[in-house]
Design a protein around this ligand. Sequence first.
Ligand code: FES
Length: 941
Amino acid sequence: MKFALNGASRSVEPAAGQCLRTVLRGLGCHGVKKGCDAGDCGACTVLVDGEAVHSCVYPAFRAEGRAITTIEGLGAGAGDLHPMQRAFLAAGAFQCGFCTPGMILTATVLDPAQRRDPAQALKGNICRCTGYRSIRDALLDRVNIDADVPACGRSVPAPAAVPVVTGRARYTMDFPVDGEAGPAPGTPVLHCRLHRSPYPHARIRRIDRTAALAVPGVRLVLTHEDVPARLFSTARHENAHDDPDDTRMLDDVVRFVGQRVAAVVADTEQAAVRACAVLDVEYELLPALLDAECAMLPDAPILHDKPADARIADCRRNVVAELHGGIGDVTAGLDAADVTVDVTYRSQRLQHAHLETHAAVAWQDPDGVLTVRSSTQVPFLVRDALCTVLDLPRERVRVLCERVGGGFGGKQEMLVEDIVACAALRLGRAVGIEYSREEAFIGAAGRHAMLVRVRLGATRDGVLTAMAMDVLSDTGAYGNHAPGVLFHGCGESVGVYRCANKWIDGVSVYTNTPPAGAFRGYGLSQTNYAIESAMDELAEALDLDPILLREQNIVRPGDAMVSFDSAEHDVEYGSYGLDQCLALVRGALDRDAGLQAPQGEEWAVGAGIALGMIDTIPPRGHLSQARVSLEPDGSVTLHVGTAEFGNGTSTVHVQFAAAILSVPPDRIHLSQSDTAQLGYDTGAFGSTGTVVAGLATVRACEALRRDLVAVAAMRLGVPEADCVLQDGAVHSGTRAVSYAALAGAAADSDMTLQGFGETTGSPRSVAFNVQGFRVAVNRVTGELRILHSIHAADAGRVINPAQCVGQIEGGVAQAVGAALTERMVIAPGGAIANPSFRNYHVPRMADIPLTEVVFADTFDRLGPFGAKSMSESPFNPVAAALGNAIARATGTRIRATPFRPDSIFRLLAPACPSRPDTGPPSIEAVHPVTDPSGGIAITPT
Ligand code: FES
């Protein structure tokens, strides 16, 4: 087959059934991304004869004689960018950037009229990070980035901005590369695929690998008989004892549909897939537990029978973790109340749906060091886990990642690295694995489904007298993150209110469903939804304004921080802006009260708000180190351990270094997320990139600055106090010595000018978010329209406004999807019934409202340059704010997410005079169906 690729003639013979995307990636066009294999996400978009197509569903043979343009071929050549690439740069229209090449290529073929309607024009492209506003801005030629202004507080462009928009940014599977960050050039990488369990609970009696090994090209079949039997947790934390050791690399018992049973390694992916299909496994079926509400019943199947040192709270009751604690006397508080509410809310299971799926490649370098290139948020913790599971010393294992295509907590796990590492060691070859989109749904962790009962009591004038919360968290088949999610979720949602009597009972239970894990907000979004909805129900019962009720009861600086899970509570009010956030949202909603609502008596309009508080750093330590060194040419190299997956921290590190060392951003070389380059970093989770890793960078740069001043003062013969750093030189009066000269002087003395910084992440501050919505609800059809979305955040000093706004917009957008459309449906047999973007309903641009983002004016005394974290917390108050707005509009409340139109329709059936009375709302409309015989959690449609 002959075709033109980016202007050059190419000749290839595609395999039967091969898609164009695979052919193009095989030709080195790594800007063509693999996101879904179903034509849903648009990450693989290319131009075929000038028309944008999803190359994953475009048969390769149809490219015969055509002209193909990929992102690598856009622009005029010789470094000239296409106008649309420049527009994306100017608008800062990306975070992880995995969707960006596809977005740009799609946008290049739009005419001016189409560009004015971005939601329609980009309906075939999904972005999971940005919330779409900045992408919309790019199409409308809006500028959000302050080019070349390195100061903190300005919207400096991301260091990888040009590589991202040109498709040169390298993600995990974008190799072969240069022999440093990938297997040596010319080294074929073997393909690993997983045979997964079709049953929710079964014992493996026998595995016959004869047929699988007979498939041509198959090199290895790994089963539980071949791998270490050591128990561990896929969850990664600074303290490995935070999570129960309940998982084996490959187990002889399977506990959910989709659990890995065997790994097949072959020369080609097709051979590995074929071998997985013919692998002969004999199972002994065991009774399955699919309903979390049945987990602690006396006759429930027991999922884990592990030793005491596995740190499972109670194997006999399927309880992985539990929490019971509080202050005061809740019973007395409820008795003393004039008004009480007792309500229960249900949050559904969710998936991160980051566009880059889980992937890793493992090989041994020439020195025999096991090297793993992975799509991870925690390379150092994965390194340590590999050492533990494979019994290797730290110096024999290296883990690195380049750019990561989205995480949201989903990559705070070791899900694939262990298996390719094991295979690579066995075969002495490079072995890679890349999850399909379906596997990302069935074989990766998601958000815990929770059932939360809230009891509140208050005096007639709105003073809280009691708060009690009862949480049932479904951790699925394994307890990765189960204790942390439970404890974190139970903390700040109640801690944000002053009340003398608080009590929490929390239980996290095993079920034979896919494991849940870390996800933006870490349990707080579910409990926050319950508490903040209940607060509105209390306000209604008291006939009080819900914002006023909150203003009367929120914590204030000086109030004691209440910890429900730990004696070592190191949280302080580094700054406080919750009152400002509430005022900002109140003002915005008051101003928009006259907004044009849809016409017709069937439309009901209402506004609602919810607030959230979050401890800014995970407890029990989060360690970061940074090293900065002066290069001979006067430029600066900064090594940090934290990964870049769209959180924007690379930019912040560069801003900190530029500000402290007074060098332009393009003179700072950032090296990150490679265990061979730096001592240690816990990882990029818990919104720690800016405040923990950033603080280590600040300390490293300050150390280098001190050395620069000392050496320069000596050379100039002046006191250090007379020296200032400016534009890559140390100045004293009219004299100056450049950094290059200082580097040369240091080299002459066999010195290296460098600085080192580290931090432990303690003490921790708190951040605040308030979300408001005004909505219109069609009482006939159940349609919901968001008329106004306003989000106020207390992020301390905002280091990079464009990026911080983008994080908030992205968090709100993801939460709007979770509140309105997204859900993982578990079929009666335990399988995920909707493992695809289109059936899971990831929002597209047309589904997401523009959110007005405003900031409280605060400066955090604990954070670097006054900053606080702001990646996770915007998610948390969204569902409650939407539910409260719907309730205010309709007078009826839905107590389960998602608020799908069919749920609203059923709930409102008797309320609208213009449609026939269909009877009272059924319980199925608001609560998932629970089938005691085994089915669970299918909200009817
Ligand atoms: Fe769009 Fe990450 S920036 S998916």
